[in-house]
Design a binder for this molecule. Structure first.
Ligand code: SAM
Length: 285
């Protein structure tokens, strides 16, 4: 959809654009085409779109996929979406995606084809949506997500760079994220104050490194990146179970110097460290 078509829909349905829902609609057909092209959607793929908005991306996805299920929180948009995408192959769910029961919805609407998620994300909840998708990685095979450029840089960053943090580690533990399209503000209406990047993630079928307990791993990475200016030791000490003796023993085993910082560690080093702490704690119980 171009700007003229988007404005027509806004006028026809007397819509108000809601900044608090992160509403910046795509008006660049070239970007829409590229997102769908690089996602490799085919008639053998079911798609979930988070936040269809007025339907710019939806128009293109629906032409290419098997079935499409969309979650839209803004009740004002639902009438228009149901009319525009009135087909047995499309289901518009009026709901906050973060509150959805993904498994139940998938079982009710999709057949057993692979599922891809595509979204021009509402930027105010980017991390929460990614965390939910990671938790549901057994249900979906691939994600193509447009987000604020700074968040994309963090997600794809490597150790010893300023952007590397707990989100980078968590995402790269489960997947291999790649930045595939850079999108300037002029491609949206209204245009946002930030640059955007489309990131494609495929979840690993076999992860390169494995944490013994993934819930413990998640809390471990939050702990070690908690205060960026502190050393790894000082962040670890915030957990009272990790005494200085335990920390020293595990650092020796992993060949780590005392003043190392969390952002210097590779995913492999973090997983090894995490597993050692996990073993000490479980053996103590
Ligand atoms: N896909 C459209 C496009 O590219 O033009 C709209 C993208 S806009 C950046 C984000 C969309 O997500 C908006 O339509 C907004 O109403 C919707 N949204 C915001 N929060 C949501 C939530 N928690 N669950 C589902 N949709 C949400």
């Amino acid at each position: 959809m171009n700007l003229k078509e988007i404005k027509e829909v806004i006028n026809t349905y007397q819509l108000s654009i809601k900044k608090h829902y992160g509403q910046n609609f795509l008006i660049d057909q070239n970007v829409v085409g590229k997102i769908c092209e690089l996602s490799n959607i085919t008639k053998d793929i079911n798609v979930i779109e988070i936040g269809p908005g007025i339907g710019s991306l939806t128009d293109e996805i629906v032409k290419r996929c098997n079935k499409l299920m969309c979650y839209e929180i803004d009740s004002q948009l639902i009438n228009h979406l149901n009319k525009r995408f009135n087909s047995d192959n499309v289901l518009i769910i009026e709901q906050d995606f973060l509150k959805s029961d993904l498994k139940k919805d998938i079982d009710a609407f999709f057949d057993d084809k692979d599922i891809y998620v595509i979204s021009n994300l509402p930027y105010y909840i980017t991390s929460s949506i990614i965390l939910k998708l990671i938790d549901n990685r057994y249900l979906v095979k691939q994600l193509t997500l447009m987000m604020q450029k700074e968040v994309a840089d963090r997600i794809c960053s490597k150790p010893s760079t300023k952007d590397y943090n707990s989100l980078s580690v968590l995402v790269q533990y489960y997947s291999n994220p790649k930045q595939i399209i850079q999108v300037p503000p002029s491609c949206f209406y209204p245009s946002p104050d930030v640059n955007s990047t489309v990131v494609k993630f495929e979840f690993y079928e076999t992860k390169p490194f494995t944490a013994i307990n993934e819930d413990f791993f998640k809390s471990f990475i939050i702990l070690i990146f908690h205060q960026k200016r502190k050393t790894l030791v000082n962040n670890l000490k915030q957990d009272k179970r990790f005494t200085i003796d335990i920390i020293k023993t595990i650092f020796n085993k992993n060949n780590l110097v005392e003043n190392v910082r969390s952002e210097q560690l590779t995913i492999e080093q973090i997983v090894n460290l995490c597993n050692d702490f996990y073993e000490v704690i479980t053996n103590a119980n």
